[in-house]
Design a protein around this ligand. Structure first.
Ligand code: ZN
Length: 122
């Protein structure tokens, strides 16, 4: 995935060692608010949360035994990279650390659930 800096010229020059952080200039504020409106930046933030929460889920609850919707049993799949085929599906994609928000689903049911609930596009 291509990462896009919100600062086209790279480091904006804040946080230099031994210097106090200067207040945001009007230009900085404009760029930040533009970036926050932009889908790319929002998606990046979402993905950081998504990866973090799935590490937490796996560490705390392990791999889900089966899909709640179709009942298919969990197993390791994948040729190069083995991974568990049952995913933790999040009810509203807020990815809170609340197990009640998660339901084990196979990739097919996971996608169907997300599409049906407007959480992703088909
Ligand atoms: Zn399923």
């Amino acid at each position: 995935m291509k990462r896009t800096s919100i600062f086209p010229n790279g480091n904006p020059g804040w946080f230099k060692k031994g210097e106090k952080k200067p207040p945001f200039t009007a230009e900085h504020k404009r760029k930040i608010s533009e970036a926050l409106k932009g889908k790319k930046y929002g998606k990046e933030l979402g993905e950081i949360g998504y990866i973090g929460i799935h590490v937490w889920l796996k560490r705390t609850y392990g791999n889900p035994p089966r899909c709640m919707d179709c009942g298919v049993e969990g197993k390791m799949v994948g040729e190069k990279q083995k991974h568990w085929n049952i995913q933790w599906s999040n009810k509203d994609h807020k990815h809170r650390r609340v197990i009640e928000d998660y339901t084990p689903r196979c990739p097919k049911c996971h996608k169907e659930y997300d599409v049906a609930n407007g959480l992703r596009k088909r």
